[in-house]
Design a protein around this ligand. Sequence first.
Ligand SMILES: NC(=O)c1ccc[n+]([C@@H]2O[C@H](COP(=O)([O-])OP(=O)(O)OC[C@H]3O[C@@H](n4cnc5c(N)ncnc54)[C@H](O)[C@@H]3O)[C@@H](O)[C@H]2O)c1
Length: 332
Amino acid sequence: MSRELFNAKILVTGGLGFMGSAFIRYLIQNPNFTGRVINLDVMSYAADEKNLEGIEEGERYRFVQGDIQDEYLLFTLFREEQFDMIVHFAAESHVDRSIEGPKDFLMTNVIGTSCLLELVRRHPKIHFHHISTDEVYGALGHEGVFTEESPYRPNSPYSASKAASDHLVRSYIMTYGISATISHSSNNFGPGQHEEKLIPQMIKRLLHGEPLTLYGNGENVRDWVFVDDHAKAVSAIIEKGNPGEVYNVGGENEWMNRDLIHLLVELFGEVSGNKTSARIIYVKDRPGHDFRYAIDPSKIFSLGWRPEKTFREGLKETILWWESRLTAPVEL
Ligand SMILES: NC(=O)c1ccc[n+]([C@@H]2O[C@H](COP(=O)([O-])OP(=O)(O)OC[C@H]3O[C@@H](n4cnc5c(N)ncnc54)[C@H](O)[C@@H]3O)[C@@H](O)[C@H]2O)c1
């Protein structure tokens, strides 16, 4: 089924966050985009207005500060805007925080998603695209990959809340016949990510000359996708994917955390023009830390999407972004 993304009215949730803002930039900066984006974001600690610097409010873009759990706001927004689709990025997204306190994760990720689904149930012309994670599938050993058929085995309160939201979306498809698609992405990286996440944290430490800390023995493996490539994957699913279907988004780019850190140190040296060395400290592993995630991306590849940015290029861009950010003059 073909859906027109580039002239649609789209409610993007969590559009001031890392991945939602990349998706909005991808649309608004594309000369073929003649539609309208309504960005609904509660502006939690994870939001960053700078992620959408230069995008002005007007015919093509509107920002609304609000919570996806506010059903009155959702219905009012629909009455005003009559959007054709919802692309749902808003979430509590940091595993470590979910271990410290799961409740916010349940409220936003589960209850918040259910509020959006209620709106779609009442207005079935809306297509709903749900951004999920590969973490719902649990952990792999040294071998194997997740497919769209892999069983759910979430191991953290974060992944359990995302799994619950996926099940709700599926139930609304099966029970109420809503039009929806789901994507499970592997780890995203790139400019604009909150500094609590692994790659930004390591780059900041390198910039400050501090030691790099890794959980456990540093042997956990993650697959990495550049955030702008992820935006294009979501676009491909919305435009060419089948309603009711699930798509895994992966970069065929697996890295052991320890090797990733060494690569970052090497690229940091290249970017700064100096040979850099860094001290790596291994700290006590976090509970429920999944050993390895890896994705079989053949289904999303069949829609014509491929990651475009190489890991080295994307990491260098991310290092340069942090360098310019941390050395920028303080705004008064
Ligand atoms: N970052 C990754 O590597 C990754 C990988 C796979 C999937 N995901 C999923 O992608 C989505 C986006 O992740 P991200 O890294 O951009 O997250 P993020 O934490 O950077 O941004 C989340 C955004 O959602 C907003 N938000 C939070 N609660 C809200 C609420 N109740 N109402 C409205 N807005 C709210 C925040 O203010 C923030 O701007 C999430 O659903 C996450 O589970 C992330």
